[in-house]
Structure formats: structure tokens, C-alpha cells
Design a protein around this ligand. Structure first.
Ligand code: SF4
Ligand code: SF4
Length: 173
């Protein structure tokens, strides 16, 4: 696999940082914000098997390859099991450490995982029912959401065709 060029890396990390800054601002200014390590409901309820651009996969793959071999094998086994079972929705992400409720490739996780809970799109918010319930109580008038449409357009413009979890793992055995 070709390494990520410095320009591509800089552009992708700048995009990720844009989301992280917004997320930190929202959660830092609302002490009731629920997203935190150990809250893994969203990672257990994926609506699709991580369709990512090639650049996002290559970036995530750097994190995957840093995992101990036995953990890589466990992730691969979970991907295979999901595919074998017909992978009915919702999916539990194979990169989730189920005991810790934490992402095993956290520093390399894709845009969708960074923006979920902190972004709104033209057709509505991208967040879970925990957040919906809390917003009903606290209101959202002072929240500056990340712009999901703009983030998605940018990540699509940065790199390569999209492939799913199954397609990527099949191509990288
Ligand atoms: S989006 Fe919802 S499920 Fe995911 S971390 Fe935030 S509160 Fe938890
Ligand atoms: S890549 Fe990480 S953050 Fe994203 S769904 Fe999977 S476990 Fe959750």
C-alpha cells in the first residue's frame, strides 16, 4: 500500500482537527454532554459497515497495524464473522474494545466517528437518543454544531473511491 503523502496527511488531519475543536468546544461548555470514553452505544449501532474513502482507510489502517498481532487477529475475526452472518443492522464495530467501551484505533478513527454527536446536516442532526433526550431538557440554542455536509464534502474531495469494511479487509489480508 502506498504511504499517505505529507500533503494528504496534512489535509486530513486538519479536517479531523476542525471537528475535534468543535467537539471540545461543545462538550467543554456543557457539563451535561454525555459523549465520553466508555459510552459506546454509537459504536454498537452502526447503520452501515464503515464506508470510507481510500484515504480514510489508509489512515485508519496505520492505527490498525500498530495494534498487537493478537488484537489485529481478533478484529479480523470479527469482520469475518460479521460478513459470514449476513451482517444484519445495526452493526457493532469490529474496532471496538467491548470490555473497555473504547475505540482501538481512536487516534485514527474516521470523520464519521469524530463528528457523530457534534454535527448537524441539512437533513438533521447526527447524534444518538442520549443527546436527543438531553437537548429536549437543556435546549440547543447556544450550541454551534459542526457542519456535517461541509465535512463530508471535504473528506470526499480529499481522497479516493469509497469501500466498505468488508471490501477493505478482503483487499488487505
Ligand atoms: S454519540 Fe451518544 S452513544 Fe455516542 S458517545 Fe456520544 S452520547 Fe455516547
Ligand atoms: S472506528 Fe472506533 S469510534 Fe468508530 S465506530 Fe468503530 S470503535 Fe467506534
Amino acid at each position: 500500500m502506498e504511504p499517505i503523502s505529507p500533503e494528504q496527511r496534512q489535509a486530513l488531519e486538519a479536517l479531523y482537527q476542525r471537528v475535534e475543536t468543535r467537539a471540545a468546544d461543545i462538550s467543554g461548555s456543557h457539563d451535561w454532554w454525555p459523549c465520553r470514553r466508555g459510552c459506546d452505544h454509537c459504536c454498537r449501532h452502526l447503520s452501515a459497515p464503515l464506508p470510507l474513502t481510500e484515504l480514510e482507510w489508509r489512515y485508519l489502517w496505520e492505527g490498525f497495524q500498530r495494534l498487537p498481532e493478537h488484537v489485529q487477529a481478533e478484529v479480523r475475526a470479527r469482520v469475518a464473522e460479521l460478513e459470514r452472518s449476513g451482517a444484519s443492522r445495526p452493526y457493532t464495530c469490529p474496532f471496538l474494545d467491548r470490555e473497555a467501551g473504547a475505540c482501538r484505533v481512536y487516534a485514527h478513527r474516521p470523520l464519521a466517528c469524530r463528528s457523530y454527536g457534534f454535527a448537524a446536516a441539512r437533513d438533521g442532526g447526527r447524534w444518538c437518543h442520549f443527546i436527543t433526550d438531553l437537548l429536549a431538557r437543556h435546549g440547543d440554542g447556544d450550541i454551534v454544531w459542526a457542519n456535517q455536509d461541509s465535512l463530508e464534502e471535504t473528506v470526499a474531495s480529499l481522497g479516493g473511491p469509497t469501500s466498505t469494511l468488508f471490501e477493505w479487509f478482503a483487499a488487505h489480508r
